[in-house]
Design a protein around this ligand. Structure first.
Ligand SMILES: Cc1ncc(COP(=O)(O)O)c(C=O)c1O
Length: 365
């Protein structure tokens, strides 16, 4: 048997280990700003909902409980401005990473099909294309310059990981029209949508973008970042009912079910905006502190108008910056993890505690 993993890129995080060792040797300890993983508590209302649903002996359904679908459609209508969304327009997934990685296979894509994604991007879009044996294609800021021949799936990611760039509404309108004209399915990864700082990210499902029809478009959302639920694995997709119906069939047969207690917790999380506002407040303060300290230290920050990251450069190769900051006990992520185009940038996550962020600021001061 040929190893499937041989098709995939090397797992990049292993390369960071020596720098982590250097940074950990700092007398005041490591400040880890490399991974965008939440560190603040799961909000109490969500924990209580999980606990209340602990006695769940039966199998969950792939499509989710009616209450979960109601919670998703309610949130999508309210928060994304998508007025015509009903239960057939939504589908839970077990965290969005599994969806991103397995989507091309679940859509039946393979040799001869192209999957496009941003040149600087979350690596799992490429992984998905490679797992399916499809051809990965990259674009810079504007996907409409791509050759549409053979292009079956177009990934958008706004706000972007790693750059924090937001696609303006007018560009979304243009991209959706172009994709529909060429019969290309658009999947828009919007998992940082609630984390806009100097921009107000707009969903591809917004009435003004799609005209109230979800034909050929699907938005991907996750509770990992907005609700500190990365450990729960709760995410969903919303949009074209034909595409979602087909995915539901495939996913039912392959056991891709969100655990019942997680569904119950997600219902509460999606119905509550207060914890999102509170968490945003924490991130805003950390972002301001780190941005000010990095700029005062000679870094230039590009984009970063949304998401959980600062896209920073000292105009030198990224691994030199990683080494430089590791000497200060600060671990960041090299930009080339997200594509060659990031080789002179580092990604600084502000998912560290207030105490650790204050330590980083002091060391940069
Ligand atoms: C752009 C993007 N999409 C998807 C994910 C996956 O998130 P999750 O699997 O926690 O929903 C991440 C995680 O960092 C991400 O940055």
């Amino acid at each position: 048997m040929a190893a499937v993993s041989a098709r995939l890129p090397a797992f990049p995080w292993d390369k960071l280990e020596p720098y982590k060792a250097t940074a950990s040797a700092h007398p005041d300890g490591l400040v880890d700003l490399s991974v965008g993983t939440p560190v603040d508590p799961v909000p109490d209302v969500i924990q209580q909902a999980l606990i209340a649903a602990a006695d769940s002996p039966g199998y969950p359904t792939t499509w989710g409980t009616a209450a979960y679908r109601d919670a998703i459609t309610g949130w999508v209508q309210r928060r994304l401005g998508a007025s015509n969304v009903g239960h057939r327009n939504v589908l839970p997934v077990v965290g969005s990473k599994e969806l991103v990685a397995w989507l091309p296979i679940q859509l039946g894509l393979g040799a001869g099909d192209k999957v496009a994604y941003p040149r600087l991007a979350y690596p799992t879009y490429e992984v998905g294309a490679l797992l399916a044996g499809a051809e990965p294609v990259m674009y810079d800021d504007d996907p409409t310059v791509l050759d549409p021949a053979g292009l079956k799936l177009l990934w958008l990611n706004s706000p972007s990981n790693p750059t924090g760039r937001v696609i303006p509404k007018d560009d979304l309108v243009r991209i959706v029209a172009w994709a529909r004209e060429h019969g290309i399915l658009v999947f828009s990864d919007e998992c940082y949508l609630e984390l806009g700082w100097e921009a107000d990210p707009v969903s591809v499902l917004h009435d003004d973008v799609c005209g109230g029809s979800y034909e050929g478009i699907v938005a991907v959302h996750s509770l990992s970042k907005r609700s500190n639920l990365a450990g729960y694995r709760a995410a969903f997709i919303a949009g074209d009912p034909a595409v979602l119906g087909e995915l539901l069939e495939v996913r039912k047969h392959s056991g891709m079910m969100t655990p019942s207690p997680v569904q119950a917790a997600a219902v509460v999380a999606l119905g509550d905006d207060a914890h999102v506002a509170e968490q945003r407040g924490r991130y805003a303060a950390r972002r301001d502190a780190l941005r000010t300290a990095l700029e005062a230290h000679g870094f230039r920050i590009e984009h970063s108008e949304a998401s959980l990251y600062l896209w920073a450069t000292r105009d030198e190769p990224c691994w030199e910056t990683v080494e430089y900051l590791a000497q200060l006990g600060i671990l960041v992520c090299p930009g080339d993890f997200y594509g060659e185009a990031g080789e002179r940038f580092v990604r600084v996550a502000f998912t560290a505690t207030d105490e650790r962020v204050a330590a980083a600021v002091k060391r940069l001061g």
